[in-house]
Design a binder for this molecule. Structure first.
Ligand code: E4P
Length: 215
């Protein structure tokens, strides 16, 4: 399972890249907005300088023509840019067109298996089911992830399943057990994955025993 980091914060991206754990980056308009008054394309370019793998940059138009214009522009920023389009009628049309022009598209805001089938049929490079946001409304997001992986295994569509909106390590472990192609993680979740209280306790005990032994 590939690990993408779900952030537009350059410090977090640098730190995750330094850890050697990151294969790509996903951003969205909310994450970019959180970085303040940055220029969108320059910021995506800065991310692409840190990470060589796929970097998703989302369009903000709601009509196909606008998505195509924005998608073509942002894809010119760097060869590893993936255009992110929402799972709407216009987004699917834009996905098909951008894919035919040779761009990679990450179809985002997927909340049903039916939507995931359409994204694959439109030629998406990635489908992003939002696990945590389904949990937030009392549905089990991991059930959706399992359904999509099961359906995609029946065909040769070439669309990778990118588990998104992951909020804690259980989401990540379950996505890996199911065989998701990619998990995109906030920096906080990457840190949570490393931590275990018994690791800290065990290390403290080893170091204290070592010191006591006078070495
Ligand atoms: C994915 O590409 C999205 O940016 C992201 O995972 C959304 O996560 P959230 O629901 O925690 O905002």
């Amino acid at each position: 399972m590939k690990f993408f980091i779900d952030t537009a914060n350059l410090n977090e991206i640098r730190e995750a890249a330094a850890l050697g754990l990151i294969d790509g980056v996903t951003t969205n308009p909310s994450l970019i907005a959180r970085e303040g008054d940055v220029d969108f394309k320059q910021h995506i370019a800065a991310i692409c300088e840190i990470v060589q793998g796929p970097v998703s940059a989302e369009v903000t138009s709601v009509d196909t023509e606008g998505m195509l214009r924005e998608g073509r522009e942002v894809a010119r920023v760097a060869p590893n840019v993936v255009v992110k389009c929402p799972l709407t009628r216009d987004g699917l049309k834009a996905t098909r067109q951008l894919t035919e022009e040779g761009f990679k598209v990450n179809v985002t805001l997927c909340f049903s298996a039916a939507q995931a089938i359409l994204a694959a049929k439109a030629g998406a490079a990635y489908i992003s089911p939002f696990i945590g946001r389904l949990d937030d409304i009392g549905q089990n997001g991991l059930v959706l992830l399992a359904e999509i992986i099961e359906i995609y295994r029946n065909y040769d569509w070439g669309t990778e399943v990118l588990a998104a909106s992951l909020r804690h390590p259980i989401h990540v472990v379950e996505a890996a057990r199911m065989g998701a192609d990619v998990a995109t993680l906030p920096f906080k979740v990457i840190e949570q994955l490393m931590k275990h209280p018994l690791t800290d306790k065990g290390l403290d005990a080893f170091l204290s025993d070592w010191k006591k032994s006078g070495r």
